[in-house]
Design a protein around this ligand. Structure first.
Ligand code: SF4
Ligand code: SF4
Length: 76
């Protein structure tokens, strides 16, 4: 079975560099970028789509989405 892919968007405006997301992400997908230490994506391929980062970000800066998988053709 193919591995499911996810996309992560992080709002630079909302992020306040608290570190919650990169501390709780189990596979270390997220990290920070100096000098402001805003959250950035480090290793998207490792994302499991658990959405812990989205749920726990106190500033609602992260949105995780499952990318569309192959569409099934409608029955005729
Ligand atoms: S948890 Fe939210 S506010 Fe905190 S560093 Fe991550 S994206 Fe930024
Ligand atoms: S959805 Fe889960 S695995 Fe993916 S970046 Fe967020 S905490 Fe990490």
């Amino acid at each position: 079975m193919a591995k499911r892919k996810y996309s992560i968007s992080i709002s630079d405006k909302r992020c306040r560099s608290c570190g919650v997301c990169w501390e709780i992400c189990p596979p270390d997908v997220l990290t920070w970028q100096p000098p402001l230490n805003k959250a950035i994506i480090n290793n998207l391929d490792a994302c499991t789509g658990c959405r812990l980062c989205e749920w726990l970000c106190p500033d609602f800066a992260i949105v995780v989405r499952a990318e569309e998988t192959q569409r099934r053709e409608p029955a005729t």
